[in-house]
Design a protein around this ligand. Structure first.
Ligand code: ADP
Ligand code: YYY
Length: 682
């Protein structure tokens, strides 16, 4: 499962969001999942090539692209969010394939229908499988619609559930005299699947599809019809019961197509704006009034709860209106996915919010009614649920909670919105732990970065772990591993002193002139990017590690004016979700209120040996004895200087890692970190 996740998604087991107290700025949405996967399949089936722009890069679109490639479509990457797909023109190029479709319903259903139709007409054997949860998501209504047409479909696991085996021999025909009948009251994706597959059989004759039962999630069917039209198929619709694909229909590429931003993803930012944009509106780019996605109607529900929303063709501006939000009673059948966001907005409402006609939640990535009820209760909310409804009353007392996400991207994104609890009067405001945050990769791999890019937190609320200690004790190594494990920022404060030293060397300045060195430090053009340090845009990571730079860093770091010049820069690293800072005075001077302070040591012999190995491995020759002498001299200077000398903070935990592996040190500190967390372990 992990390996299918987009690389930009978080990898750690949990992400702790500190209390957030505002949102401001602009967020750009990723492409819509529903549109992306429909467009990809249509591009794969049609005649000609299609350049698809602003495509969502996520787990679900990856499985679709992989499936199309396995079916023989040529796919060329044009850029990070553009591909060119060479369509099959309705002809199978590969007669046998096993497709792995993860947990992507938007890939499984339409591919199953299209391949069932093509295998029946042209011959072939296809197996479609997914992750365990996909094998629990019903597909029987689609199978029941296709079998009467003569499609040979087996369910080798459980009848009515994936995996599916589709087979047929060349020269077959489909029984299309009678209308194709499909149930529409469990999921509209079955109808969508048929609407996308049956044009492949409508060259000579019209194909009629009739829906049994009340069709749910109609807006998604509208997206399908809209995109079919873009690919040359004009479906005639009588109410929501009967759809006719005219005789002579054939898929034609539109040449190029742009995917609009995801309206369901917009819901989290609309909610954030309604809850926390108090000074100026939050701008959301990528969807707006012209959207063809049904979830754009989330705006109306958000307005009913109090949001002030301005719309442009492809943008929204949202700010807080009524506060607290107004509790609503809503039939949410038309916005099933985005309505989950309303449930979380209910935590900020003035009464009980009721969502009904949401039975489809139970057959999504997880049973979302039950999951939402269970998780919102952990915050202290009073939640009731029924077969097809949910009601939420805000917590009277908020709890810090660890939220399970059930491999469901929307549970994770919803949970993040609880971090604004301070605005609802939680005293004290509580952090929110999101378990398996990487599940957002399904539709929005960079969600947490996007949220934290517009959300503000009071600096005092952003947790800091400090790691101080002598040279080569492993501070940098330990800190960067901790930061990766927690999804936190990392401040390597030594790099700032080293960078100042390098700037002194480059400017040919007098290292003894305290004011001149401090002036250089105060306007250090430094940036940290992906583990690299840039000075004036140039990567100086390797030069900073040179011994002459380290030695000069140790000297100038004893100058009080230089230390003072770097304080603001260091404090600026304290940003949500949290910071791991390493150096000499992180716990004593820069972050005296840090929640966890570690003082890391190892014997001088061990440290000299580590540094020796480190240098040798980089091809730099070094002498162990002189390294050890240097290191002891540096220790002495760092400990004896009067300005912020190296010493453990009073409340620091001592860790001597002379006999510990890196992994063991990281585990020890993570265990200490758990000790100071308020989360209920459940
Ligand atoms: N616990 C440990 N056990 C063994 N080697 C370690 C340990 N921690 C760090 N090292 C190694 O020691 C060297 C120095 O570590 P580094 O993180 O650069 O130290 P510092 O930042 O304290 O100067 C690195 O090569 C690192 O891989
Ligand atoms: N917070 C800090 C960090 C580093 N320094 C000084 C002390 C060190 O000699 C230099 C270089 O620090 P760095 O952590 O990169 O050095 P080592 O890798 O431990 O040799 O800067 C400091 O005075 N205060």
């Amino acid at each position: 499962m992990e390996s299918h996740r987009a690389e930009t998604a978080p990898r750690q087991p949990f992400l702790d969001l500190p209390p957030l107290n505002g949102v401001a700025g602009t967020v750009r949405l990723p492409g819509s999942k529903s549109i992306s996967n429909r467009v990809l399949l249509l591009a794969g089936l049609c005649a000609g090539t299609t350049a698809v722009h602003d495509l969502l890069d996520s787990d679900d679109t990856r499985v679709m692209l992989d499936a199309l490639a396995a079916l023989g479509c040529d796919i060329e990457r044009l850029g990070p969010s553009s591909v060119r797909v060479q369509g099959l023109d309705g002809r199978l190029r590969v007669q046998e394939a096993r497709l792995f479709l993860g947990n992507a319903g938007t890939a499984m259903r339409p591919l199953a229908a299209a391949l069932a139709v093509l295998a029946t007409l042209q011959g072939g054997r296809f197996e479609l499988a997914g992750v365990a949860r996909m094998h629990e998501r019903p597909i029987g209504d689609l199978v029941d619609a296709l079998r009467p047409l003569g499609c040979n479909i087996a369910c080798p696991g459980n009848e009515g559930y994936p995996p599916l085996r589709l087979s047929g021999s060349a020269g077959g025909a489909l029984a299309l005299d009678a209308p194709v009948r499909v149930r529409g009251d469990v999921s509209s994706q079955f109808l969508t699947a048929l609407l996308m597959a049956l044009p492949l059989a409508a060259a000579e004759r019209a194909v009629v599809i009739e829906v049994e039962g009340e069709l749910i999630s109609r807006p998604y069917v509208e997206i399908t019809l809209n995109l079919l039209a873009r690919f040359g198929i004009d479906v005639r619709r009588e109410g929501w019961q009967r759809f006719t694909i005219p005789a002579g229909s054939a898929y034609r590429s539109p040449g190029a197509i742009h995917v609009e931003g995801d309206a369901s993803s917009a819901s989290y930012f609309i909610a954030a704006g309604a809850i926390a944009a108090t000074a100026a509106p939050l701008r959301i780019e990528g969807v707006g009034a012209d959207s063809i996605q049904g979830d754009i109607h989330f705006i109306e529900a958000a307005r009913a709860m109090g949001a002030e929303v301005l719309t442009g063709p492809n943008w929204l501006e949202v700010q807080r209106g009524a506060w607290p939000l107004r509790a609503i009673d809503l039939d949410a059948n038309h916005i099933p996915d985005a309505a989950m966001t309303l449930a979380v907005m209910g935590l900020y409402a003035d009464g009980r919010t009721r969502l009904h006609n949401i039975a489809s939640w139970r057959v999504k990535e997880t049973d979302r009614i039950s999951a939402m009820a269970t998780e919102l209760r952990k915050f202290g909310a009073m939640v009731d649920e029924g077969e097809d409804w949910l009601s939420i009353e805000p917590p009277s007392h908020w709890h810090a909670a660890a939220i399970h996400t059930y491999d469901d991207h929307r549970m994770a994104m919803c949970a993040s919105l609880a971090a604004f609890n301070g605005l609802a009067g939680a005293t004290p405001p509580v952090p929110v732990r999101v378990l398996d945050p990487g599940c957002v990769a399904k539709t929005f791999p960079t969600y947490f970065d996007a949220l934290l890019g517009v959300a503000t937190a009071s600096q005092q609320q952003v947790p800091v772990i400090t790691v101080d200690g002598p040279t080569a004790s492993g501070k940098g190594t330990l800190s960067s591993e901790l930061a990766a494990a927690l999804g936190y920022h990392h401040l390597d404060s030594g790099a700032l002193y080293r960078a100042t030293a390098l700037a002194v060397l480059e400017a040919g300045a007098d290292a003894g002139n305290e004011a001149a060195v401090a002036a250089l430090a105060a306007r250090l053009p430094i940036r940290f990017e992906l583990q690299r340090v840039l000075l004036e845009g140039i990567d100086v990571s390797d030069r900073l590690r040179e011994e002459r730079v380290g030695l000069l860093a140790s000297q100038i770091s004893a100058l009080p004016a230089v230390r003072a010049a770097l304080v603001e820069l260091q404090l600026g690293f304290r940003r949500a979700p949290g910071l791991v800072a390493d150096g000499r005075d992180m716990g004593t001077v820069i972050f005296p209120g840090a929640a966890l302070k570690v003082f890391l040591t190892a014997s001088a012999a061990q440290r000299a040996e580590r540094r020796h190995k480190q240098l040798i491995s980089k091809g730099i020759s070094a002498n162990l004895d002189s390294l050890r002498a240097d290191l002891e001299a540096r220790d002495a200077r760092d400990m004896q200087r009067s300005a912020a000398p190296l010493r453990p903070a009073q409340d620091a935990r001592l860790l001597d890692n002379s006999a510990l592996s890196i992994e063991a040190s990281v585990e020890q500190v993570l265990a200490w970190w758990e000790d100071v967390q308020p989360f209920a372990t459940r």
